[in-house]
Design a binder for this molecule. Structure first.
Ligand code: GLC
Length: 824
């Protein structure tokens, strides 16, 4: 515990500012085919393309910048990356041109300024060095906001903050001045009226991002003699995020079960407890797909084992759970217990897979199993071996793995991780740990995921991770580590999740209910409401905290949790389609309003509400005892999801939200495909789709008399195998347009593969909320007297005057799709 004494009022830190100086003057510049190399008196640089519309500017002090390899965060560049460059000298500067980019290099300092093909500013980068430290300063316009930077505390806009990218196991409460967490994703998006662009700094060692010392600039600092910058042009935030996705990749489509509700605890202690838990979920009719096994499932915390007393029959338990619709996901940490006779330790030692100190001795450190060794994941042979070890879990019927403690965390080392001088073999390019630290979790997940994929025989793997680096989205979903059962931590996840989404990690979530500390029923209810609308939806809590399954807080709380978990399952077709879209464009599933409303100044730092998809706005209650909150609705027309109340956008409204109500708004133009609730994703009734469309409704505030349009691509496949990668999937493109007196809905199947989806001309139900007019006729479809008459018919329509809902049922054929014309 620290006391006020730690302030030391009389020992003010003497700022011994080191003298930083520029890298120039330029000695020579050379135009190679695909790059420009510039040598200065105090360093050298290279400028080249890095995939369509992205350029890479590398500075190096002790090596050749032109041959510096990207880290494994970056995908191999395709041929378009190799566009040629033009180089011109103009007075004190060099002018470099390629793909519309203009890079001006100051010959005195080797600082650069960049504009892109749209003549938009992509920043000026002032470079300086002192010894092996390098600093890069970018000035920001007064109105600029900064997004991205992965997993950080604080609000949405990162301007004014300081972060250190250094993966750390932070058990202390996560607070606004926590500078490092488990993930390091050094991508910054600068957004202002004068332009939007991004910078990705590919630095796997320590990187400081300081916007605090001088609010008007971003100062980047590295410590190992290089600075590797990728410039991601706009014109909007979406384009920057898409460019970042081209550079570092997108997630693969996860198995459908990993989108369901998941229950965890540190730890469920034995087989009976796990089976009892599963039975309780089914008995209480609370949907759930996954149960996690935390460290106590292992024999003395040895990974790739089960404790023979607590879990005497894991295979049978897992098989039984599968018949009930549950998957098991066990935790796997990197630390391997030093224990003669333990095969993982023996094999790894014999083959030289573990990290060593410079003197050749194994690095050892304490984690849960006590003294342990750590695989050197920078070696391909180690990753392959690690992957193969998962045969153990796959044979038990497991296809999802939870990678934890992979910063890596080491309890008893001074640095709390591997010693800085631990040697990584790194594919023949040896490097000390301090230069590669942030890659450890990424490479562990790569090994885990690829290993599972090879073993699973066509089934999709699922990996969850705590640590990661840029590109982690290709291998794992991310949860945000050891938060607490604080209202503030529930609120904090919103900005954290939104920025993770803008940093490539669409599949993210926090421990619902909070990990440490003791939750209350009220907090759990509110957090489950929010959690149902986060991409990764898992309730997890720590040892010796209050039990956190939904039924420990009385009937009211249980019912509220059930209602929102059920809603999640009803929305599965919508959510799965959002995931599918994100695997293609890299855009987030949970996004800040500013992504879709970039010109609205009021959403620049809006941190306590977000969009789930593009048309659902989630605004949770984040304080105890509150039944109201202010919600900002951006441009458009919005409906309260529960009451249907209509609001014009561009204003703040007060939401009334008693404990069982999550303030949730649907934008006019929305298409929300829903199904009936189910107990797990395996029994979800995709054949009973109800496609909800939201019209403009009646009101004097309609933005002009223009028709409102909406569109959505509903994606379906088997949810479990990789057959979709061979086209075994289908997409229903839904488009609708609502005018003043008519409406049209058009549906077409695309990419349909008949080997999976044999010709079944299924009737689809459309529910149109809030039409602008009273429907009188629908071409080719007859009106029925009541809603219940639609149940057993393949075609018909019914208009409910009371709540202004129009129901249309009709066959949508795979061949021709369907066009529906509604007249008013
Ligand atoms: C770490 C993880 C936590 C887990 C615990 C035991 O603290 O962050 O989620 O329960 O280790 O494995």
């Amino acid at each position: 515990m620290q006391t006020s004494e730690s302030i030391h009022p009389d020992q003010l830190e003497q700022s011994t500012k080191e003298a930083f100086h520029g890298l120039g003057p330029v000695i020579y510049a050379e135009q190679k085919e695909h790059a420009v190399k510039i040598r200065g008196e105090h360093g050298n640089m290279a400028v080249r393309g890095a995939g369509p519309g992205i350029i890479r500017i590398t500075y190096a002090l002790h090596e050749d910048a032109a041959v510096l390899l990207p880290t494994p965060a970056v995908l191999p560049a395709d041929s378009l990356a190799l566009a040629g460059w033009e180089l011109k000298e103009q007075g004190d500067s060099l002018e470099l041109r390629s793909q519309g980019f203009i890079v001006i290099v100051d010959k005195r300092t080797m600082s650069v300024s960049v504009t892109d093909g749209h003549h938009s500013e992509c920043g000026s980068y002032k470079m300086s060095r002192s010894g092996s430290r390098m600093q890069c300063r970018t000035a920001m316009p007064e109105d600029a906001a900064v997004y991205g930077l992965g997993e950080t505390t604080g609000f949405l806009n990162k301007r004014g903050e300081k972060y250190t990218m250094w993966n750390s196991d932070i058990f202390d409460p996560h607070v606004p001045d926590t500078e490092s967490l488990y993930q390091s994703i050094p991508v910054l998006i600068q957004h202002s009226k004068s332009g939007t662009f991004g910078v990705f700094i590919d630095e796997p060692g320590k990187l400081v991002v300081d916007m605090r010392e001088d609010r008007d600039q971003v100062m980047l600092e590295t410590f190992h003699g290089k600075m590797d910058l990728y410039i991601l042009p706009g014109p909007g935030i979406k384009e920057v995020v898409a460019a970042y996705a081209r550079l570092t990749g997108v997630m693969e489509l996860p198995p459908l079960w990993s989108l369901g509700y998941q229950q965890s605890r540190f730890s469920y202690m034995n087989q009976e407890e796990v089976l009892g838990l599963a039975a309780a979920f089914r008995e209480k009719r609370i949907p759930c797909d996954v149960i996690y096994l935390d460290i106590h499932y292992m024999d003395e915390y040895k990974i790739f084992t089960f404790d023979p007393v607590r879990f005497p029959n894991p295979k049978q338990m897992i098989a039984e759970l599968k018949t009930m619709g549950f998957r098991i996901v066990p935790v796997v940490d990197p630390g391997v217990k030093i224990d003669a006779g333990y095969s993982v330790y023996e094999q790894g030692s014999a083959e030289g897979y573990f990290c060593r100190k410079p003197d050749g001795e194994l690095f050892t450190g304490d984690v849960w199993p006590g003294a342990s060794v750590f695989p050197d994941f920078t070696e391909e042979t180690t990753r392959q071996w690690w992957g193969r070890l998962h045969q153990f879990y796959v044979e038990h019927g497991i296809s999802g793995i939870w990678n934890d403690m992979n910063e890596p965390s080491v309890f008893n080392s001074p640095s709390k991780t591997l010693d800085p001088d631990v040697v990584h073999r790194n594919g023949g390019q040896e490097k000390p740990h301090e230069e590669l630290h942030n890659l450890y979790g990424l490479l562990m997940c790569e090994a885990t995921r690829n290993g599972l994929a090879r073993l699973l025989d066509g089934e999709r793997p699922f990996v969850l991770t705590r640590a990661g680096y840029a590109g982690i989205q290709r291998y794992a979903a991310v949860w945000t580590g050891d938060n607490r059962s604080y209202w503030e931590h529930m609120e904090m996840f919103m900005a954290m999740g939104m920025n993770l989404g803008l940093s490539g990690v669409a599949f993210c979530g926090a421990d619902i209910g909070g990990f440490m500390h003791h939750t209350s029923g009220e907090l759990l209810a509110r957090w489950t409401q929010l959690g149902a609308f986060t991409p990764f939806f898992r309730n997890h809590s720590a040892i010796e905290t209050r039990n956190q399954e939904p039924w420990h807080f009385g009937e009211e709380i249980e019912a509220i949790c059930r209602k929102y978990i059920e809603l999640r399952y009803r929305l599965l077709p919508y959510i799965y389609s959002l995931f599918r879209a994100s695997t293609q464009d890299g855009l987030p599933i949970m996004s800040p309003l500013v992504l879709h409303h970039p010109l609205d100044q009021r959403v620049k730092n809006l941190s306590d509400q977000y969009l789930f998809g593009t048309h659902l706005l989630v605004a949770p209650i984040c304080r105890p005892g509150r039944e109201h909150r202010v919600v900002y609705l951006p441009e458009g027309v919005w409906f309260d999801y529960w009451t249907g109340e209509r609001h014009a956008g561009g204003q703040n409204v007060v939401a009334y939200a008693p404990l069982d109500t999550l303030p949730l708004y649907v934008k006019s133009g929305a298409v929300l495909p829903m199904i009936p609730g189910s107990q797990h994703t395996g029994t979800a009734e995709w054949q009973s789709l109800n496609i909800h469309l939201y019209g403009l409704g009646a009101g004097t505030d309609c933005p002009g008399q223009e028709p409102i349009t909406g569109e959505f691509t509903l994606y379906e496949d088997d949810g479990i195998s990789d057959a979709y990668t061979r086209g075994i999937s289908r997409s229903l493109q839904i488009f609708f347009e609502e005018g003043e007196r008519c409406m049209s809905i058009s549906c077409r199947y695309a990419d349909n593969n008949r080997t999976l989806y044999s010709v079944q001309d299924e009737p689809l139900l459309f529910t149109i909320h809030h039409t602008r007019f009273i429907p009188t006729e629908i071409h080719g479809i007859s009106q029925v007297p009541g809603l219940c008459d639609l149940e057993h018919r393949h075609s018909g329509w019914y208009y409910d005057k009371q709540d202004n809902h129009l129901y249309i049922k009709c066959i949508v054929t795979e061949e021709a799709g369907k066009d529906i014309y509604v007249k008013g």
